[in-house]
Design a protein around this ligand. Structure first.
Ligand SMILES: *Cc1c(COP(=O)(O)O)cnc(C)c1O
Length: 373
């Protein structure tokens, strides 16, 4: 807990809750002393961005003295056209992280509770604390968000529920019927945030990112990102689809120029390049299936994933644990994501890469499993 603040402190003191935050630790990107590195730790796409997005980014470099359009209209219109949405119900953010932070700031204050799940995305907890609220963590079941556990945790102080669907780092998803059941059980004053950062990758008949659901309700928003399948993580572009009142509140609080002009231009071109995205999804589908099967054939457990990464569980035996595998793989240039902070002390998350990376990491895992046998 935060220590008692003296009446007249001799320096500025962060307000209550801030020093309870454990700073977000991103996936590693360096493997010291290794010539060739395969970064498979941050769920980035191996195919990069659409060439059309790169071209738009370069063109925007000619006008860097100008402020961007504070409404990001070109981007909101391109998103609207691509998904059949009214651009007036879309807010763009400096990454979807910014939108998640703004939602927490707008709907939570001291004494309020935000519900998150056991293995949920760590950003939610950080933003609830930063807003002065209290994070309430509920159990998952078999690495899946448990709707009943969330409903059981709702109190009169609950203001917001954050779930990622599909979830990171598990790669599992909640079918739309379950989301409907969750929503039906929430008081209308509680905001349900559906973080659909990996929605494009999902090919399941019972999955929906939540668009219909947002349209029909006053207390649901869906967030999306250009950081994953679009390959524009460096540009920081996210968006939210929500009801008018929530969009209005966000537009009052967000920075007036929260997206850069190159980001607006590149994002708009990217979402128009459907063929490029379809190829990225196809690549992922083929390789996630193959990588999963090959890792399971080594005797390791893989949580069934619908996204562009897989969670690999290791045996709890001396020399064979996740930390041992992490060191072994790192020495060979394969950087995976340790997920101890997500409640998985003995697992690693692997992002699906290009052919060379995928075959290489499976071969390295095989060597790890076979060593000393
Ligand atoms: C990667 C990711 C995001 C995207 O964050 P950006 O700020 O848009 O880059 C959001 N939610 C989850 C669960 C993610 O894994």
């Amino acid at each position: 807990m935060t220590a008692q603040t003296p009446a007249c402190p001799d320096r500025p003191i962060p307000r209550s809750g801030i020093l309870d935050i454990a700073a977000y630790v991103p996936g590693k990107e360096h493997a010291p002393g290794v010539a060739k590195v395969y970064k498979l730790s941050a769920n980035e796409t191996p195919l990069g961005p659409s060439p059309k997005a790169i071209e738009a980014f370069r063109a925007a470099a000619e006008k860097l003295e100008r402020y961007p359009d504070g409404q990001a209209l070109a981007l909101r219109e391109a998103i609207g056209a691509s998904h059949g949405l009214n651009p007036a119900n879309i807010v763009c953010g400096n990454g979807s992280d910014e939108l998640l932070a703004l939602l927490a700031r707008i709907y939570l204050g001291p004494g309020d509770e935000g519900i998150i799940t056991e293995h949920g995305f760590l950003v939610y907890k950080i933003e609830i604390l930063a807003a002065g609220g209290t994070p309430v963590t509920v159990k998952e079941r078999n690495c899946r968000v448990d709707v009943d556990a969330i409903l059981a945790a709702v109190t009169e102080r609950t203001r917001i529920v954050f779930i990622a669907n599909p979830a990171n780092p598990t790669g599992t998803y909640v079918p739309i019927a379950e989301i409907r059941r969750l929503h039906a059980g929430l008081p209308p004053s509680v905001l349900l945030v559906l973080d659909a950062a990996y929605a494009e990758y999902v090919r399941r008949n019972d999955y929906e990112a939540g668009i219909e659901f947002v349209s029909a309700n006053h207390n649901v928003v869906m967030t999306r990102t250009f950081s994953k399948v679009h390959g524009l993580a460096a540009l920081r572009i996210g968006w939210l689809y929500g009801p008018a009142e929530i969009v209005d509140a966000l537009n009052r609080v967000r920075g007036p120029f929260n997206l850069s002009a190159p980001a607006i231009a590149a994002g708009a071109e990217s979402i128009r390049d459907q063929a490029f995205m379809a190829a990225a999804v196809q690549h992922n589908e083929i390789w996630r299936t193959r990588v999963t099967a090959e890792i399971e054939a080594l005797g390791l457990t893989v949580t069934p994933s619908v996204a562009n990464f897989v969670l690999i569980h290791f045996p709890d035996e001396e020399g064979r644990r996740a930390a041992d595998a992490d060191a072994f793989l790192m020495a060979r240039g394969f950087i995976l994501r340790a997920v101890r902070g997500y409640g998985f002390p003995n697992a690693l998350r692997l992002t699906i890469g290009d052919e060379e990376a995928n075959l290489g990491v499976v071969a390295a895992l095989k060597a790890f499993v076979e060593q000393g046998r």
